[in-house]
Design a protein around this ligand. Structure first.
Ligand SMILES: Cc1cc2nc3c(=O)[nH]c(=O)nc-3n(C[C@H](O)[C@H](O)[C@H](O)COP(=O)(O)O)c2cc1C
Length: 173
C-alpha cells in the first residue's frame, strides 16, 4: 500500500458484492489453454487445465503459472520441483475439460508419453515446456509458481482459446 496523500479515496470493490463483475471482466480477456502436468513421488500422474500461464522472462527463460490453493496438483508440483506446460490445440477441447475435472486418474485416459525429464507430455500438444520450479510466491487464493525452462518442444498448430466462458479456435473469433 502506497502512502501518497495525493491519492483520492474512493470506494474499493469488495469480493462480497463485486465478484461477479470481476469474473465477467476476466471472462472477456482471451487466453490460451494449457495443461500443466506433474508426477507424485508415488509415480501417480497429475495435471490440471490452466489459462493463467505467462511468458515471464526471456533471459533467463522463465514461465509463470498461477495455481489455485485447492488444486490437488499444486502440492505435487511443489514436492517434485518440476512441471510441464502443454499448450493445447483447438482440437483438444475434450482434454481441457477432462483435466479441469477432479477425477483422480484423469491423465490416464489422455494419450501422452513420459519425457526424458520424467513428466507427461500430451500427444498432439502445440508446444510442451518443461520447467524447474525457481520460486513460489503468494497470490491471494492462488500460488504463483515461476519456472526456469529446462526443455522445449514445438509441434505447432492452432491454439485452443478460452474466451467468454467457452472454448474457441483463433480463426473462429
Ligand atoms: C479454461 C480453464 C482455465 C483454468 N485456469 C486455471 C488456472 O489458471 N489456475 C488454476 O488453478 N485452475 C484453473 N482452472 C481450473 C482447474 O483446471 C480445475 O480446478 C482442476 O480441477 C484442478 O485440478 P487438480 O485439483 O487435480 O489440480 C481452469 C479451468 C478451465 C476450464
Amino acid at each position: 500500500m502506497y502512502a501518497n496523500t495525493a491519492l483520492s479515496v474512493g470506494t474499493r470493490p469488495s469480493a462480497t458484492t463485486d465478484l461477479a463483475l470481476y469474473k465477467d471482466i476476466a471472462s472477456h480477456w482471451p487466453s490460451g489453454v494449457a495443461v500443466i502436468t506433474a508426477v507424485g513421488c508415488d509415480g501417480k500422474l497429475h495435471g490440471l487445465t490452466m489459462s493463467a500461464v505467462i511468458t515471464l522472462s526471456l533471459v533467463p527463460m522463465q514461465f509463470l503459472i498461477s495455481v489455485d490453493r485447492r488444486s490437488v496438483t499444486l502440492p505435487v508440483i511443489k514436492d517434485l520441483g518440476r512441471f510441464c506446460i502443454n499448450f493445447l490445440t483447438s482440437s483438444q477441447e475434450g482434454i481441457a475439460m477432462q483435466l479441469a475435472s477432479k477425477s483422480g486418474d484423469k491423465l490416464n485416459s489422455v494419450r501422452h508419453r513420459i519425457s526424458q525429464w520424467g513428466l507427461p507430455i500430451i500427444d498432439g500438444a502445440l508446444a510442451s515446456i518443461t520447467c524447474d520450479v525457481h520460486s513460489i510466491l503468494p497470490g491471494g487464493d492462488h500460488e504463483i509458481i515461476i519456472g526456469d525452462v529446462l526443455d522445449m518442444e514445438h509441434a505447432g498448430g492452432e491454439p485452443l482459446v478460452y474466451f467468454k466462458r467457452s472454448f474457441h479456435s483463433v480463426s473462429a473469433i
